[in-house]
Design a protein around this ligand. Structure first.
Ligand SMILES: [Zn+2]
Length: 197
C-alpha cells in the first residue's frame, strides 16, 4: 500500500465527516454474542484502588508537578500527558468515580460542565483554536484509558491540524511543551475563573 492509498483509506477525524454521512463500515450482525455482552460482570470487576489512579495522585501533587491547570471546589482541570492534539486538557471530579451517572449531586454536575466551559474559554484566549472536540469515553470498552476515574476530554482543533503525520509516521506534532502550555492555561484560568464559575 502506498502512502497515497493510506491517506485515502483512513478517515481523518474531521467533525464535518460525522453522521449523517455514511461511514462505509460493513455490519456483521451477531445476535448470539448477546449472552456474552449481557453476562454478569460483577465477578470480573477489577478493584483498582485510588493509589494507582493518576487523577487521584495528581491532586496530591503541586499544580506544576501534577499538570493541573485549575482546581475548583469539586472538580479540576488537568493537562493530558498523552495529548491527541497540542493543548488537550481533561476535566475530572475530585472524587474517584467512574461513570457520569455516578455524579449525583447537582452542584457537582454543574461545576463539571462550568469547568468544561472555562477550559474552552482559556483555550480560546491562549491558543485561538478554530474548534473543539469534547467527549467522555466510559468504561474500557468505551475506550477510556483510565476507566475508573471520570474525565471529560477537551481537545482544541485548528483548521488543517489533522495532517499526514499521525497516519504515516505515528507521530503527532506538538509545537509547545506540556509545562509551558499548562502554565499559560493556569494563568488564564486563574484570571477568568472568578467571573466564569
Ligand atoms: Zn481516581
Amino acid at each position: 500500500m502506498t502512502i497515497d492509498d493510506t491517506l485515502h483509506s483512513v478517515r481523518i477525524d474531521d467533525p464535518s465527516n460525522f453522521p449523517p454521512q455514511e461511514d462505509n463500515f460493513e455490519r456483521l450482525w451477531t445476535p448470539q454474542r448477546m449472552s456474552y455482552v449481557l453476562r454478569d460482570k460483577t465477578t470480573e470487576k477489577k478493584h483498582e484502588d485510588t493509589h494507582s489512579c493518576p487523577f487521584c495522585s495528581a491532586q496530591e501533587k503541586s499544580d506544576a508537578e501534577g499538570l493541573i491547570v485549575w482546581r475548583g471546589k469539586n472538580v479540576f482541570i488537568i493537562m493530558n500527558l498523552y495529548p491527541y492534539n497540542s493543548g488537550h486538557v481533561m476535566v475530572c471530579p475530585n472524587n474517584h468515580v467512574a461513570m457520569l451517572t455516578e455524579l449525583v449531586d447537582d452542584s457537582v454536575i454543574l461545576e463539571f460542565e462550568k469547568a468544561t466551559q472555562l477550559a474552552m474559554t482559556v483555550m480560546k484566549n491562549v491558543s485561538r483554536p478554530d474548534g473543539f472536540n469534547i467527549g467522555i469515553n466510559q468504561g474500557e470498552a468505551g475506550g477510556a484509558g483510565v476507566a475508573t476515574h471520570l474525565h471529560q476530554h477537551i481537545v482544541p482543533r485548528w483548521n488543517g491540524d489533522s495532517n499526514f503525520m499521525p497516519i504515516v509516521a505515528q507521530t503527532r506534532t506538538m509545537p509547545i511543551l506540556l509545562e509551558n502550555q499548562r502554565a499559560a492555561y493556569a494563568q488564564e484560568a486563574a484570571r477568568l475563573a472568578p467571573e466564569v464559575m
